[in-house]
Ligand binder design. Structure first.
Ligand code: SF4
Length: 179
């Protein structure tokens, strides 16, 4: 796979910013996991979130099995940033684009691990913890749930994450390696 192949292909998608990153540069932080545990309603309610995804160290180890990462953002305008449900509903388009970008890597004979924004919302009611995930191939674990300091990673890459009033910036990270 060459970076140029991916760069040419993503031009067809509404991606705002992107960067190829090294795995060693991903900032894993226990503090991020602490915020999940103490402030997020999805903690302990999804296969895509902690504690189901394992400890931060286990998440880091999973990521270190890959050769590199492709971080990208899309943006959505929302009428009210205080309306959490309304804001989360706009994520659907980002997840669709994330699946399409994943396909580009698969076509290049890459194995991937896709981390995305927020908790998985594929099913109306997650099976966690009573039964296995219904769609493991569609479920993207949460970047923050893996303990990734997304703002720190974005800053390192020169990717903007505060893009003005009523604009939500969604992130995904595709980790890849040769098959
Ligand atoms: S695909 Fe369904 S069962 Fe699996 S993590 Fe997402 S919501 Fe839960």
């Amino acid at each position: 796979m060459t970076f140029q192949t991916i760069e040419s292909a993503i031009a067809a998608y509404p991606i705002c910013d992107y960067a190829f990153i090294q795995i060693k540069d991903i900032p894993f932080r226990e503090e991020v996991r602490h915020i999940c545990k103490t402030e997020c309603q999805r903690y302990g309610r999804s296969w895509s979130c902690p504690p189901a995804v394992g400890t931060v160290e286990e998440c880091r180890s999973r990521c270190e099995e890959y050769e590199g990462g492709f971080l990208f953002t899309t943006m959505t305008e929302v009428p009210d940033m205080e309306d959490l449900e309304g804001m989360l509903a706009t994520r659907t388009e980002h997840e669709k684009i994330t699946r399409q970008i994943r396909e580009l890597f698969l076509k290049e004979n890459q194995e991937v691990l896709v981390l995305s924004t927020e908790s998985c919302a594929v099913c109306e009611h997650c099976t966690y913890p009573d039964a296995p995930c219904r769609f493991p191939e569609r479920m993207f674990p949460s970047l923050e749930g893996f303990g990734v300091l997304v703002t720190g990673l974005a800053e390192q890459c020169g990717i903007a994450f505060m893009n003005g009033n009523n604009l939500v910036t969604w992130f995904s990270l595709i980790l890849y390696r040769d098959i």
